[in-house]
Design a protein around this ligand. Sequence first.
Ligand SMILES: [Zn+2]
Ligand SMILES: [Zn+2]
Length: 262
Amino acid sequence: MFDCHIHTDFSTDCSMNIEEVIKAAKDNNIGTIITEHLDLNFMQPGEFIFNIDEYFNKYINYRNHKLLLGVEMGMRPDCIEENREISEKYNFDFILGSVHVVENNGLYYDIYGDDFYNGKNKKEVYKDYLKYMLQCVKEHDYIDSLSHIDYICRYAPYNDSNIYYEEYNELIDEILKELIYREKAIEINTRRFDNKEAIDILKKIYKRFNELGGKIVTLGSDSHRPENVGKHICLAKEFAKECGLKVVYFKERKPIVLDNKE
Ligand SMILES: [Zn+2]
Ligand SMILES: [Zn+2]
């Protein structure tokens, strides 16, 4: 098994060091891909970016077949080329594409913050989020896997923050079709896997991915702490199986299928 979404102290919101990841991965008998936050042009200068040369210089000594080096790129239309250059310049094993901010009428809103939700209802907010995600997937063809499609559900201020496939089926289908057309993976992010109901609601989206011709998924805990490394990865593996999807990890930007025993 591979946990393909892990942060360490190169991410500005994380203090876990690489030794802690290595220990936790060994304890759980899994491989890991480090995916540091790189959100270029983030509204708070200096946040969610890191020195990529330093990253490779420091972690090259740790890199092996069970510990791979990736990045979690924040997708946004005003830094497409810059992100592309980074994806070509450095030899990452894996590039996760994420939506952490949403552009609306020329302004960028942090999904984690409050402003994005003001003056709109849930349906409007979620449509804006998914429309923006669709645009990003079309424009960022250098990602390997679309990260946490349900990211907004973590922070949206609603009693029920789930994304119901039925309510947004047209937009979700378009996103999934773009991924399939571009032969990308989609991530099963286990951050909300403590909640059985959330898992079941999410499953419809991944089943639909399979129905439309999607084949591969990456699994990621999005860990920022040692105790979360590999968390719910087995559950995610079962989830993938139920949806008819193959679990892969990426090495040198190529998907590697995990067989059932791994
Ligand atoms: Zn993320
Ligand atoms: Zn992350």
